[in-house]
Design a protein around this ligand. Structure first.
Ligand SMILES: [Fe+2]
Length: 311
């Protein structure tokens, strides 16, 4: 690549608008050989433990119950890419920066660029993932726990991003998501649409959005490759601890927690409860285990429909 990789935040007031507004980002990752078919096949094949999820879904409905988890067992990387190109799948390869330092350099450069423009911002636990998904695939309405963004590399997709808070993300739902008492699912209502920010993602575009803001994605008619960026700050960590403690109080202990402060005595008390919850191992009992419900149809490589996979 001539001139190297670049990331450019478009906002002229990034320092004040950070984490309160959606932040569009320009980049040139699409030109990088680390996102060629060969490189992606290598990522999938050589990094099997990092395949967080392989899924299919009903492409016609915004219905999270139609999300089915699958497996790519027995397939090589090239076969997986071809199956995604021909089928209706969503493959989430997590933490590729650990697998190959060159991917980590991308997110480090992105976050360093951001930190240089936002005084006081300090990010850590920066993770980069790669999403490889089929023409027409969709990801249902959900919210993520860490700081999050999406950089688009190949193909075309549309993302709708909704404000945080009621009614888009009720506090109780966020607590369930953070506590792991649900698999990141929150209720979607079509009436939310008038409040959504709709962004057409093409190669070289992307966005970071404020903490926990819900979003959903629908792919265009092409194989899609995107990069997920996830990061933590001290403030995000404190919010997560408070929401975890409040979630345990509400959903496990049957209480009605009110404070969401991220400093002071009520914060420290909650940080202690969240740590105890994690140390107790009880959270694992509540957390849903990954269970594959279908296997990608590698024999025919035909477009395996959601219906076939669900059978
Ligand atoms: Fe997300």
């Amino acid at each position: 690549m001539q001139g190297g990789t670049f990331f450019k935040f478009q906002s002229k007031n990034l320092a004040t608008a950070w984490n309160t507004e959606i932040q569009p980002v320009e980049h040139n990752l699409g030109e990088h050989p680390l996102f060629s078919d060969e490189a992606l096949a290598r990522l999938v094949e050589g990094n099997a433990h990092a395949i967080r999820e392989v899924s299919t879904m009903d492409p016609e409905r915004e219905d999270k119950s139609a999300w089915k988890r699958g497996s790519i067992e027995g397939m090589n990387g090239r076969e997986v890419i071809e199956a995604v190109r021909d089928g209706l799948y969503w493959v989430n390869v997590g933490d590729v920066g650990t697998f190959d330092r060159r991917y980590q350099d991308f997110i480090d450069q992105l976050m360093d660029t951001l930190e240089a423009q936002v005084p006081g911002l300090k990010t850590f636990n920066r993770h980069i993932g790669v999403l490889i998904s089929s023409p027409g695939a969709r990801v249902y309405y959900h919210s993520d726990v860490p700081g999050q963004g999406l950089l688009h590399v190949r193909g075309e997709k549309t993302i709708w991003i909704y404000p945080g808070g009621d009614p888009f993300l009720p506090q109780e739902s966020l607590e369930r998501v953070v506590t792991g008492l649900t698999n990141e699912d929150i209720e979607y209502d079509p009436s939310f649409e008038q409040h959504a920010t709709r962004i057409l993602l093409t190669p070289g575009t992307g966005a970071l959005w404020p903490l926990n803001w819900p979003h959903r994605v629908v792919n265009g008619k092409s194989l899609n490759v995107s990069v997920t960026v996830s990061f933590w700050t001290d403030e995000i960590r404190r919010h997560a601890l408070v929401n975890t403690a409040n979630g345990v109080m509400r959903h496990v202990m049957g209480l009605n927690p009110r404070s969401r402060a991220i400093s002071g005595p009520s914060y420290w008390w909650r940080a202690g409860l969240a740590a105890a919850w994690k140390a107790s191992g009880l959270s694992k009992r509540y957390r849903e285990k990954y269970k594959a419900e279908f296997k990608i149809n590698q024999a025919s490589r035909a477009r395996q429909t959601f219906k076939e996979a669900a059978e």
